[in-house]
Design a protein around this ligand. Structure first.
Ligand code: ADP
Length: 777
């Protein structure tokens, strides 16, 4: 196909176009307002209604001249004219042919030019055909993607036969830049025009594709943010409806404020703030939120930096100890020494005090007095039955219902980081599969380690180095050895009757009166009444039960006074029974008989010194020796040792040689439910045995203690003071002790010693001589 220039030139009126390109065959409305343009239309109407349309290079130019317009344009025919209000004319034009300006004929009153026209024929070769097909394919594709082209337009384009026209129509439909449209206009060569359009279409497709992608992305983004926004708004609305959100915010804020005020160590503070952040993000009813809240409560409640100032005044301490405790001179002296040393060597990491003694001897109240003297807070923490390490160190927070250990609990209770903490009954610590609490306790007490004590629950280290620990135990031998090594042991063996009396009169009675709101006048308890209570209602080394009995009297009197039955009461030895019921214990051995086969031994148990009546029965049999009363191995062995000694000396004792073949022997130690052990009942068992075999009664007022060897030697034993006090309580008059224990007699209070007769024995023979009476006939 060829494009031909027409040989003749034509003179036409020129209408400059702003922002629109008109192709041949294109029908379009143009609104014309500029005066010169209207003149051009008027002129065209006068001559065959044809005019030349060409684009301004810049749409903004109002009065374009030749330089402002493109040379290539379209010759068009005016189809219709319509005058619009305001002087504008709407013209409907149809493009006819391409043309190019050759000459400017005149510029006024409109531009008049001479143009050279191009005509195209419909003939085509294979290459053009191929180009047309490609173009159609691309255009259809484009129409599909862009969705801007009406389907009928597609049909009309596809069915076109002339390649040039097809290119022009497609170009008219595309939203090309004006310069690109101008390029198409200027592509006079049809093949070149088709190629150009192919390129432009491909380009457009790419842009469309990109647009589509961008659109998709934008939409996705929009959808997401919109969705989130929507959901968040909904959530807010719900929370507001439930009245929650505000609470939560204020809760977190409140906690943060508290943390700020709490003066926590840096590490703890950071941890706490982190937990608050976490809490804020949780739904308020979540179980986890409750866990976090409890944790924060603990952190905030602990005295990380609070401490009291010590009163370092030994005289004041002495006064307090004396005011609050009767007797205990040695104990008080040792406490004061301990405090003095602590005061001098402030940095010295001194040992820990450990009070050892039976219940009710004042261990707790001494510790309290120490706290008073130092003006420190006091907390008591019992270890009875603690088997689990977690009780000391706490559980990890991952456990349901986890709690800090007792040390941290005590500190919270104290509210200061330097309280006196009494670790009660550390001899009752157990150990099992859940870890060894003793080793945890060791860490607590170790001054090298305890400044960074770590509780599993709290997680941050707590400084225990300012705490003053005091421990107590009923018996020393049950204290785990490594703990014992760190402690300074102070023994409180128990009180004599006289001491108890004084304690009752000076301390227990006034204390109980005050506690029950009674005055000294309302209740008078005589000295003899107290003595009777001590002797017949209690049997103890300490004064705990004594205090309880006095409290019981106070209660009853208080009740009667309130009921207006009496105004005041006087309790004497005669009417104690009215208040306390019948006596529980028989005092003394006066009522007892001298018996065969029963000897009074002495022992130290967890409740202090005590008497043990050991019984032996002989019956016909085959020489079996039975031991009952829950005896430990050592005690059993010492029974066998005594038995062997007696057998070896049977003829001297006047016992038939074959007694061990003809008789069964049963040794029993009453109160069988209580386990007993140790060698100190050796001579007692041997005495009871000899008594039973020889039928000589044992003197009722003799009590004894001592280990026995196979040869009958008497070896020393421990706990002499406790035992002697117990024997005295039980009313014994003569006490047989191993000779080697003579030195221990010093420990015994003079007023008790005075009332007793001591026999110091080296050999069982001496024991038997004192203890056994003549054979009963
Ligand atoms: P522990 O801790 O040894 O079992 P406590 O300290 O609880 O004994 O003492 C029991 C009661 O006896 C307390 O009321 C205590 O004040 C009182 N008490 C014990 N010993 C004395 C004493 N020497 N002087 C005054 N009161 C005492």
């Amino acid at each position: 196909m060829t494009t031909k220039k027409k040989s003749t030139l034509r003179e036409l009126a020129l209408l400059p176009l702003r922002g629109v390109a008109v192709f041949p065959y294109m029908v379009i409305h143009l609104d014309v307002g500029r005066e010169r343009s209207i003149s051009a239309i008027d002129a065209a109407m006068a001559e065959e209604r044809e005019l030349f349309l060409t684009m301004q290079k810049d749409a903004q130019t109002d009065e374009p001249d030749m330089d402002d317009i493109y040379q290539f344009g379209t010759v068009a025919e005016i189809k219709q004219l319509l005058k619009l209000p305001g002087g504008t004319i709407r013209v409907l034009v149809e493009g006819l042919r391409r043309a190019k300006i050759v000459n400017l004929k005149s510029a006024d009153p409109y531009m008049r030019v001479e143009v050279e026209e191009y005509t195209e024929s419909a003939s085509k070769d294979m290459e053009l055909e191929a180009l047309m097909r490609t173009l159609v394919g691309q255009f259809e594709q484009y129409a599909k993607v862009s969705k801007k082209i009406p389907p009928e337009a597609i049909v009309s384009v596809v069915t076109l036969e002339e390649p040039g026209r097809m290119a022009d129509e497609i170009a008219a439909h595309l939203s090309l830049k004006l310069t690109a449209k101008q390029d198409v206009l200027e592509a006079v060569n049809v093949k070149e025009r088709l190629e150009l359009l192919c390129r432009l279409l491909a380009n457009e497709m790419e842009i469309l594709e990109l647009e589509r992608k961008i659109n998709a992305r934008v939409r996705k983004q929009m959808e997401k943010t919109q969705k989130e926004y929507y959901l968040r708004e909904q959530l807010k609305a719900i929370q507001k409806e439930l009245g929650e959100k505000e609470d939560r915010i204020s809760e977190a804020e409140e906690l943060r404020e508290k943390v700020d005020k709490a003066k926590l160590p840096k590490e703890v503070r950071e941890k706490a703030l982190k937990e608050i952040d976490r809490l804020e993000k949780m739904p308020p009813q979540a179980a986890e939120a409750a866990v976090v809240r409890t944790y924060l409560d603990w952190i905030l409640a602990l005295p990380w930096n609070k401490q009291t100032k010590d009163r370092l005044d030994i005289e004041a301490a002495e006064k307090i100890l004396n005011d609050e405790h009767y007797g205990l001179k040695e104990v008080k002296d040792r406490i004061l020494e301990f405090l003095a040393v602590r005061q001098l060597a402030k940095k010295m990491k001194g040992p820990i005090l450990c009070f050892v003694g039976p219940p009710g001897v004042g261990k707790t109240s001494l510790a309290k007095s120490i706290a008073n003297a130092l003006e420190r807070k006091f907390v008591r923490m019992s270890f009875g039955g603690v088997r689990d390490e977690a009780e000391i160190r706490g559980h990890r927070r991952t456990y349901v219902g986890a709690m800090p250990g007792r040390i941290i609990q005590s500190l919270k209770q104290a509210g200061t980081k330097n309280p006196v903490i009494l670790l009660d009954e550390i001899d009752k610590l157990g150990a099992d599969f859940r870890g060894d609490p003793a080793s945890a306790l060791l860490e607590v007490l170790d001054p090298e380690q305890n400044n960074t004590f770590s509780d599993h629950y709290i997680e941050s280290p707590f400084d225990l180095s300012k705490v003053m620990f005091i421990t107590t135990a009923n018996v020393q031998y049950n204290i785990p050895r490594p703990l014992l090594d760190r402690m300074e042991v102070i023994y409180l063996p128990g009180y004599t009757e006289e001491e108890k009396l004084q304690i009752a009169l000076r301390h227990l009675l006034p204390k109980q009166l005050a506690e029950h709101g009674l005055s000294k006048e309302q209740l008078v308890v005589s000295e003899n009444a107290i003595r009777k209570i001590i002797r017949e209602y209690t049997k103890e080394a300490g004064v705990r039960n004594l205090e309880r009995e006095i409290a019981s009297i106070c209660r009853k009197v208080a009740k009667e006074i309130v009921a207006k039955k009496i105004e005041k009461a006087k309790v004497s030895a005669q009417n104690v029974e009215k208040y306390l019921g019948i006596p529980r214990f028989h005092y003394g051995v006066a009522e007892k008989k001298d018996e065969v086969g029963v000897a009074l031994g002495l022992a130290v148990t967890e409740v202090g010194g005590d008497t043990l009546a050991i019984e032996v029965t002989i019956m016909k049999g085959k020489g079996k020796l039975t031991l009952t009363g829950k005896l430990g191995d050592v005690m059993k062995e010492s029974a066998y040792a005594g038995f062997s000694y007696i057998r070896s000396r049977s003829s001297e004792f006047g016992i038939s040689d074959d007694f061990y073949e003809k008789y069964d022997i049963h040794i029993h130690v009453p109160e069988g439910a209580i386990p007993k052990d140790g060698p100190s009942a050796g001579i007692t068992m041997a005495t009871a045995l000899t008594s039973a075999l020889t039928n000589r009664p044992v003197r009722k007022d003799v009590a004894m203690t001592g280990e026995i060897t196979l040869r009958g030697r008497v070896l020393p034993v421990g706990g002499i003071k406790e035992k002697v006090l117990a024997a005295h309580r039980a009313g014994a008059k003569t006490i047989i002790l191993p000779k080697e224990n003579e030195k221990n007699l010093e420990e015994i209070p003079v007023n008790v010693k005075r009332k007793l007769k001591f026999i110091l024995a080296e050999h069982l023979d001496e024991v038997l001589e004192v203890a056994l009476l003549e054979e009963q006939k």
